[in-house]
Ligand binder design. Structure first.
Ligand SMILES: C[S@@+](CC[C@H](N)C(=O)[O-])C[C@H]1O[C@@H](n2cnc3c(N)ncnc32)[C@H](O)[C@@H]1O
Length: 336
């Protein structure tokens, strides 16, 4: 569905129903769909499922499932389980009939409902063929509910500043298609205390990570050294990797870090690439303070110094002002 084409179809459909005075969503008491029904061609469905590397262990959710073709194909050809959600009862009826015909009713189910309200936490793969503004409205829910490592494939539309991890362009049977792919990143934003093993024993460090979706920035301060900037930082599912420079004697040598995030802990390997201490060591870290979230739409945060030292982080409070003074109350602060 090309952008212009989809809007034209939507406009034509709306005009048609207005003209005949027949609004199908009102007749069944549902709100109107956010996106018109346009099925993904089967060739493109195949590519979407391949891009997400769907297999028998997966639970594929198609949000706005139309006639159910994506989850039915995922079950039939890749042995996955599938859940289709559509707000239009006619689509759900079609989907159930198609699942019967395909002999996959034991592996797929269809929910008549609003994709913004359905619980999607069990999904390991989410497929979308919506519209740009709908993707943007859905983005906070995807980041909040989906587990790190969940794959998302969107037909034709991206997610704004959440850059895709991969993009594939296809000629398609009648017009070109673009597929966008993301892996839901773990949340690593915040302050971490850790240690790494070196030839001369354990070295403690503090890491401050800032995260924008899968992109990671920040700094690491090893005890007795100035802070080193994090570069090329990336979070893919529950894995993170980044580079810093490490002071070894007079020289600063490049270091590669990789780790696995499990809630508020990270464990991994750090590789010193040059110099007398070149080699691989283990590192671990524990989160001691949370900062901004990973873009999941939990609102703005504020950081303020505290009278006892350090700083406090909490949700942006409501501000009141009077006589040139701004007063605010910080709820549930994390003191770093
Ligand atoms: C472009 S079609 C895509 C159908 C299918 N996913 C495919 O790729 O073949 C979009 C579908 O989303 C459904 N839809 C639109 N808004 C929705 C909402 N808020 N909740 C659930 N489904 C919705 C429409 O009824 C329509 O079937």
């Amino acid at each position: 569905m090309k952008k212009s084409r989809s809007w034209v179809r939507w406009a034509v459909l709306t005009w048609f129903f207005a003209l005949v005075g027949l609004c199908p969503w009102e007749t069944v008491g549902q709100r109107a769909p956010d996106v018109p029904y346009v099925p993904t061609p089967y060739e493109v469905v195949e590519e979407m499922l391949k891009m997400a590397k769907v297999g028998p262990e997966d639970v594929v959710y198609d949000l706005g499932c139309g006639d159910g073709r994506i989850v039915i194909t995922a079950a039939q050809k890749y042995g996955a389980r599938g859940v289709g959600v559509d707000i239009d009862p006619r689509r759900i009826q079609e989907s159930r009939a198609n699942a019967e015909k395909a002999g996959v009713t034991d592996r797929v189910r269809f929910i008549e409902g609003d994709l913004f309200e359905v619980d999607i936490r069990e999904a390991t793969v989410v497929t979308l063929y919506l519209l740009p503004d709908v993707n943007l409205r859905l983005r906070p829910k995807l980041l909040r509910e989906l587990r790190p490592g969940t794959r998302i494939v969107s037909h034709d539309y991206d997610m704004g500043e959440w850059e895709p991890d991969d993009v594939v362009k296809l000629p398609g049977p009648t017009y070109p298609h673009t597929l966008y792919y993301w892996v839901v990143p773990a949340s690593v934003e915040g302050t971490w205390r850790g240690s790494m093993k070196t030839a001369s024993g354990e070295r403690a460090f503090t890491a401050a990570f800032r995260q924008q979706f899968q992109k990671l920035q920040g700094s690491i301060r090893l005890a007795g050294s100035p802070p080193a900037e994090v570069s090329e930082g990336r979070v893919t599912g529950d894995r993170l990797r980044f580079r810093t420079r490490l002071n070894v004697g007079e020289a600063a040598v490049p270091v590669e870090w990789e780790g696995q995030v499990v809630g508020d802990t990270i464990g991994g390997r750090v590789r010193v690439l040059e110099g007398p201490t070149a080699g691989e060591q283990e590192w671990t870290a524990r989160r001691v303070g949370r900062g901004l979230d990973r873009g999941g739409g939990r609102g703005l945060y504020i950081r303020v110094p505290t009278p006892v030292g350090g700083s406090a982080v909490g949700p942006m409070p409501r501000l009141t002002s009077g006589r040139g003074v701004v007063i605010f109350k910080l709820a549930f602060p994390h003191v770093l």
